[in-house]
Design a protein around this ligand. Sequence first.
Ligand code: 13P
Length: 257
Amino acid sequence: MTIRRPIVAGNWKMNTTVAEAVVLATSLRTVMHDGGPTEVVLCPPSVSLVSVHGAIHGTHLGLGAQNVHFETHGADTGEVSVGMVGSAGASYVIVGHSERRARFGDTDEVVSRKVRAVLTGGLTPIVCVGETLEEYDDGATAAVVTRQVRAALEGIPAVEVGGIVIAYEPIWAIGTGRPATPEGANATVGVIRGVVADLYGHEIADGMRMQYGGSVTASNAASLFAQPHIDGALVGGASLVAEGFATIVAAAAVRVA
Ligand code: 13P
């Protein structure tokens, strides 16, 4: 079996001023002084990327943006490009988060363009997929994530696809305190791995890192990471508290133990 390096990312969403972001990043730096086997990525608001980059510079902590435009530059008031977030220190970009899909027009087509833009810019996309509660109740989860993954990876050559991270985030689990069961999350991530295997073969699918996201906390993380397909987490609310996030990061180490 392929050993995949665990990856835990904190999606701070629209929280923290620049000063608060620096305080949080500095606390995380202190709490997680030892690198450990898990890759850790902080995704503050774009306006705080530069300052957080400064706060974590020289540590094992990585930096990601929460969103980008798919164009490199132009008359797109209020948007930022891959090159811009890269120049601010980001090496990852969250793409296709359900909040952006639902409220900001990130269709499958837009997500696909963003994934390609992030790769072209030399950064790593964390591609989010996941079903609504209605789709879940209808038993449509596998069909929905299959469609989303196929669309997101459209036109991506095999040499580039392996580095992509996919986050399975069922919408009904986000911010609700009601996570998927570890077995349920694992089954759907297994479906996603199967889609990647169909498109690119088993070797690439086995090497690709896939996270679960949706109400991950310090108390449920270990049971999620004990599942064979779940290589880490994309954490929202619980990533805003340094000690709790550090506990989640530490729990992911079981995957390489
Ligand atoms: P919560 O961890 O707050 O449920 O958010 C999950 C999420 O949307 C991460 O991208």
